[in-house]
Design a protein around this ligand. Structure first.
Ligand code: HEM
Length: 364
């Protein structure tokens, strides 16, 4: 049985920094990214299981979610940074998935838990851009060894159904390089809703323009809805965040600006646990508009894997070691859950007005 993390609890700590939680995987594997060799994607699966992932066809992380559809309108500024066909199209179809970061598919919504937004944007010429974003400001790990230790510390104590606070504190104490990431996670002001939250890639990506010029960026999906602070209202309904997303979409479209923060000299491109310069240029490369919501049990976004290394020409992965790791682990999670019988999601089709999917929305 999943427990709702309380403010200041180890579970909240884990929820805030839990990211906070294919081919790329195969390439990563053959490139021997796992060192020492004893750590493999299967070992990460075991760690997610120990952290409460039940299996049952759910994702091993970010297990509770729901789907949205809409479109992406690129800006001329995006076209200048990247030659990708995504920035040359207009009104491109977008499949979205909002989720809670922990591996617990039946976690009641609550203000303390970290949230995420994944997207697939497609162009008519076959470009496919997948983004997996979280609302944490920085990543709480910098490499594979950190990631393995981090998910080890997230193991649930069978007596309390929460991570062992000693293991969690030891993880932080042994890693002084994560001090800023923890401070920023603590200072992060959670929004009232999924609808007015900002979601970050944390990892960086390389954009290539028509002339071959390369630019390193971090992505953010910045809500156009105004900020209002999380106040716990609605917390007596375990699906209040998702229901409010559905209710808002029933009334009006919701928009997020896709903003690239452009790296300057000295910004660490291969370390998502470190901040970049506050004065970095920010470029809005386009806007995503969502108009409909679906239970993931009836949308193609349910089975979809939002591997952040599935990228169109003109956008490529940086040398951040977490990107290759993520790709291989997401793919293992995908393969494992695809072979399981899927239990019903907590956000059921009955929670959504069940609009009919158009052919385009089905066309994955
Ligand atoms: C920058 C850091 C990270 C971000 C922004 C991030 C974000 C996300 C998001 C948004 C999802 C949900 C995808 C969906 O909606 O289907 C996800 C899924 C997942 N994440 Fe991460 N994550 C990060 C790091 C990691 C790391 C380091 C690991 C493990 C080593 C990991 C393991 C997973 C797994 C297993 C899934 C489920 C994949 C699936 O079955 O489709 N994540 N992540």
């Amino acid at each position: 049985m999943a427990h709702s993390p309380r403010k200041g609890s180890p579970a909240r700590w884990a929820a805030v920094i839990l990211p906070p939680l294919c081919l790329g995987g195969l390439l990563a594997w053959t490139a021997d990214i796992f060192s020492p060799a004893a750590i493999s994607p299967s070992h990460f699966m075991q760690r997610f299981h120990n952290a409460g992932a039940p299996g049952d066809g759910f994702r091993r992380a970010h297990a509770k979610g729901m789907c949205t559809t809409g479109w992406f309108d690129p800006s001329p500024e995006g076209r200048a940074l990247s030659r990708s066909g995504i920035f040359r199209g207009e009104h491109l179809p977008v499949m979205g998935r909002f989720s809670l970061a922990p591996p617990l598919p039946y976690l009641p919504d609550n203000p303390a838990v970290a949230r995420s937004l994944s997207m697939q944007i497609r162009s008519p010429s076959g470009d496919d851009w997948r983004l997996a974003l979280v609302d944490a400001p920085l990543q709480s790990m910098r490499d594979i060894a950190d990631a393995y230790a981090f998910f080890g510390a997230a193991k649930l104590d069978p007596a309390t159904h929460r991570p062992d606070p000693v293991a969690v504190q030891a993880y932080a104490a042994q890693r002084p390089w994560l001090k800023t990431a923890f401070e920023q996670a603590k200072a992060h002001k959670q929004t009232s809703d999924l609808t007015n939250d900002t979601y970050n890639s944390l990892d960086s990506f390389i954009l290539t323009d028509e002339a071959g010029k390369k630019t390193a960026v971090r992505w953010a999906a910045v809500a156009q809805e105004p900020f209002s602070p999380a106040d716990g209202s609605g917390a007596n309904d375990g699906n209040y965040l998702f229901k409010r997303l559905v209710q808002t979409l029933d009334q009006r479209p919701l928009r997020w600006d896709i903003v690239a923060t452009v790296a300057r000299e000295g910004d660490p491109v291969n370390d998502s646990s470190q901040p970049w310069d506050n004065a970095d240029q920010k470029v809005t490369v386009g806007t995503v508009t969502f108009t409909k919501a679906y239970s993931e049990d009836e949308s193609p976004c349910g089975p979809m894997v939002f591997d952040p290394t599935i990228l169109p020409d003109g956008i490529s992965a940086s040398d951040d070691p977490l990107l290759a790791l993520r790709s291989s682990v997401y793919m293992r999670s995908y393969a494992t859950r695809s072979a399981e019988h899927k239990a019903p999601s907590m956000v059921t089709p009955g929670d959504v007005a069940s609009p009919t999917l158009t052919q385009d929305e089905k066309g994955q």
